[in-house]
Design a protein. Sequence first.
Length: 372
Amino acid sequence: MPFLIILMIILVVGLICQFSAGYAYSYYWNDGDSFYFIKRQLIFALLGVAAMLFISTIDYHILHHFAIPLMLVSLAMLVVVLFLPASDGIHRWIRLPGLQFQPSEIAKFALILLFAHLISLNHKKMKTFLAGYLPFILILGVTCGLVFLEPHLSGTILLLGIGIVMMYVGGTRLLYLLGTVGLGVGAVIYMVFFKGYEQDRIRVWLDPMGVFAENPNEAWQTVQSLYAIGSGGVMGQGLGNSRQKHLFLPEPHNDFIFSVICEELGFVGAVLVIVLFALLLWRGITIGMKSPDKFGSMLAVGLTAQVGLQAFLNMAVVTNTIPNTGISLPFFSYGGTSLVMLLAQMGVVLSVSRNASLGRSSPLEKRRPDKP
């Protein structure tokens, strides 16, 4: 099945689930307007599709020239956001008149683009420490460090996962990457158990019902999510028939939309959503494998891996498999700017696919022949 068809199916299903999960919450918080969230999401979806189709017609090789500048701009925004007013102690959003966005969202694309650029230029040297590991881990470390300071644990984990996947596919030695994963896990353990970072969420993860009995507010979201999933059973309560979305589950149209999907469509519906993401990931990797050059291959792999990893992390959070880190479900969770950016990035994958069918390879790679 073509990548575009799978993507459009996911988008349509996401919009349907978005309305079903959010209409009650929208009615309560928007003066009786049940359609407030879905109207905005639909507008951004149309803008995103337009951007995706336009970008798909552009030769993706032009992105070589934006790799370094975009990364520098992204790092600058990650620094700036730390000095902006916090919301509940979190420095995550840059708010402009009529627009708000998370710099970490831009950082994900900037990282993928820069890694694809560097790997395409040095793919014959990726087994070496100096060319195939050190520059990548320095870039990844600085980016993840800034996102971690927001604090944004899920964004940090996602960036780290994207970076490691791209380095592995690009040819970095597995031994180096295993060491990096070990350091990352060690850093998280240190911050949690010795610095007290996110300890409340760890307690909820380990014993949600126990914490709920002591302090309902602390574990409310996780417990209501588990109630929703459990009440869905095999076939679900039926589309639109969720009980937990009626002001029990906070913001059901957002990060925890998958729990509403489980409640309304059951185990079967949840599996179908997972299968759709798996198909998208498979087709994206296939496009990468068929790319005529390393740059296109790494772009396709990195961008689809981002979607796959983010979907996996969201579902793991919703099912309490990992601690609640606050991460959205791609193409399903409410968020206009995020949706437009995701669809625009999928346009890059489509551009790689189109250029692969035309047999175009990177002129930049051609100009850098390997030395004997």
